[in-house]
Structure formats: structure tokens, C-alpha cells
Write a protein that binds this ligand. Structure first.
Ligand code: OGA
Ligand code: MN
Length: 318
């Protein structure tokens, strides 16, 4: 588990058949929008095979247009999944003092994170996950992630994505003028988890404050980012705000900041900005973490759900 896999992922595979070395052409692939607020389905692509340059550009540009890409019927080992993922960026690394998913055990999260409720060593269990962007509390939030489904439950465990560019575009002019230029801190939910464990050990109730009030100590290191960010590739404006994590706006009176954030969050979670994915085994969903939130419904703990995740490095939000 702790072995970095990237070093292995690109080794030539002498046993591979000739077809596995031939880059696949753009003509072999179809990209079809989901018809929902975001997302496109990619058919005809085999993520085991190299991609032609034109295909890499086409996929990157489809991602910029649709924010998530859904690849069907894949069958990959971890090394092949990592090789495929890194066409779109290098692997996300956290700063040493900022915990993220997968960093508890060895300090460095594995390149391929095991998102599963089944065996020991899996992350995220079977509960609901509220809409969030991964690593938003770090100085350099990841640019995107890919989740690859190996086992899916018969019921529940659906993942939804929200289009934060559409959410921004749908704001009225007065609200846009009010929020352009604001800086937002998103506090680290993994530090909150540690804090809650301490509170519970002392007999208290876990706390999930949506907004930091002046009475509360700031929760660990804080990295402000623009509330309205500009997508580094497409230039689109993004309302970069998760819906439940503790946040704080800089330079705004607390009561006013809290009310504004509550109003923006209510706006973001409207179904018209959402695509919900019902997983099939073999699906890979590649999402742009700079333009979307994602959420998951709970599923029965007795069901098995196993996905693998690769997160890609991002740049400083602006
Ligand atoms: C994640 C995540 C959602 C899911 O891996 O970052 O939020 O559907 N997963 O498991
Ligand atoms: Mn996530």
C-alpha cells in the first residue's frame, strides 16, 4: 500500500500485446454530453492503451467544456489507472502539515487511494458525503480526480456533481458585485475530525459549524482562496464554495459573512446545477475539481462498494 506506484506505472510491459502499445486515435472515441447540467460520456476508449496527442487534447477540452467525463467499461490494474490518469496532470501531493484523505496512515497518501467500505485500509465508509471540493483547505487544491469503480452497491452510493460555473453565472448582478474579490478560508475537515474525537473523548458532542464565529479558535492552518475563482484553463468564473465545511470570509463582519455564505450554499445545491451518477462496475469518472463539487448518498453498510481514486495536482487559485 505504501509503495509509491507512479515509479512502476510507466515500466514497459514486455508481455503486453502489440495493440497495447499503439496510441488510440480520436476517431475511435465518441464524446456525448449527458444532457444534465454537466458531464459527458466517453465511449470507445480503452484506458489501458496509450492515447494519441489529438485524443489527449480532445479529452482535456471536453473536460473544460463539460467539467466531468465518464468513461465506460474499463478494466484496469492500479498501474494502468495511474498511467491513464497522469495524461491529465501529475499526482496531487499535500504539504507536510496539512492532513488530507489517505494521509493518516503513512503521511503520504498512496498515489491510488482505496475508497471502499469493505476491507481494512479503505476510506470514506458507507455514509453520506456532503457536496465538497477535494483539498480546498490546502494551499494548492487538486485540479481534478478520477474515480474508478470496481464494486458497486445494489442501492445508494450514487455520486452527484454540481456545476460551479453555472451556479456563478446564475447569480444576480448585485450578488456578483458583492462577492467578486472576496477571499474565503475553508477549514480542514480532517483537523475537525481530530478535534471532534477529542471533544467526544471528553464526553462532548461532535461539532460541524458551517461558519467560524469569532468565539471559535481557527481550526489549524488557513489558506484563503478567492470565493470566485477563474478556471486556469478555460477562464470561466467559478463559485468556489463547498456546502457544509466550516468556512470564513475575510474582512466581512461575521453575521454578514455567515448569512451570505448560507444564501450562496442554498443557491449551489439546486438540482438544475447537478448531475447524478449511478455507478456501474468499470466506470471511471474524471472530474474537474476546480469547477465542481461532488457528493455521495449513503448506502447499506452490508453492501460492498469499492473505487480507486487518483487526484491530480493543481495550481494556486486566482
Ligand atoms: C472522493 C469522494 C465520493 C464517492 O473520493 O473524494 O468524495 O462517491 N468520493 O465515493
Ligand atoms: Mn471527495
Amino acid at each position: 500500500m505504501s509503495t509509491p506506484q507512479l515509479s512502476r506505472a510507466f515500466h514497459a510491459r514486455p508481455d503486453a500485446t502489440a495493440g497495447l502499445h499503439t496510441p488510440q486515435a480520436i476517431e475511435e472515441v465518441r464524446i456525448t454530453p449527458t444532457g444534465a447540467a454537466l458531464g459527458a460520456v466517453v465511449d470507445g476508449l480503452d484506458a489501458n492503451r496509450p492515447l494519441s496527442p489529438a485524443l489527449v487534447f480532445a479529452l482535456q477540452s471536453a473536460l473544460d467544456d463539460h467539467h466531468i467525463l465518464i468513461f465506460k467499461q474499463q478494466r484496469l490494474d492500479d498501474d494502468a489507472f495511474l498511467s491513464f490518469s497522469t495524461y491529465f496532470g501529475s499526482v496531487f501531493r499535500r504539504p507536510q502539515d496539512v492532513p488530507v484523505l489517505g494521509s493518516e496512515a503513512q503521511g503520504i497518501p498512496p498515489d491510488v487511494v482505496f475508497v471502499s467500505n469493505v476491507e481494512t485500509g479503505g476510506y470514506l465508509g458507507s455514509g453520506e458525503l456532503t457536496p465538497h471540493a477535494d483539498h480546498q483547505w490546502t494551499p494548492l487544491p487538486s485540479a481534478g480526480s478520477l474515480l474508478y469503480a470496481l464494486e458497486v452497491p445494489a442501492i445508494g452510493g450514487d455520486t452527484s456533481w454540481y456545476n460551479l460555473n453555472a451556479a456563478y453565472e446564475a447569480l444576480d448582478d448585485a450578488t456578483r458585485a458583492q462577492i467578486d474579490g472576496l477571499q474565503l478560508i475553508t477549514y480542514n475537515p480532517f483537523v475537525r475530525q481530530i478535534e471532534n474525537a477529542r471533544i467526544k473523548a471528553e464526553g462532548g458532542e461532535a461539532e460541524y459549524p458551517p461558519y467560524r464565529s469569532p468565539a471559535r479558535e481557527p481550526l489549524g492552518a488557513a489558506f484563503p482562496h478567492p470565493l470566485v475563482r477563474t478556471h486556469p484553463r478555460s477562464g470561466k468564473k467559478i463559485l468556489f464554495l463547498s456546502t457544509h465545511t466550516e468556512v470564513e470570509l475575510l474582512g466581512i463582519a461575521p453575521a454578514e459573512g455567515e448569512a451570505l455564505i448560507a444564501r450562496l450554499r442554498e443557491h449551489i445545491v439546486q438540482p438544475r446545477f447537478r448531475y447524478t451518477h449511478r455507478w456501474s462496475v468499470g466506470d471511471i469518472v474524471h472530474w474537474d475539481n476546480q469547477a465542481t463539487l461532488h457528493a455521495r448518498t449513503a448506502f447499506p453498510a452490508a453492501e460492498r462498494r469499492t473505487l480507486k481514486r487518483v487526484s491530480l495536482a493543481g495550481s494556486r487559485p486566482f
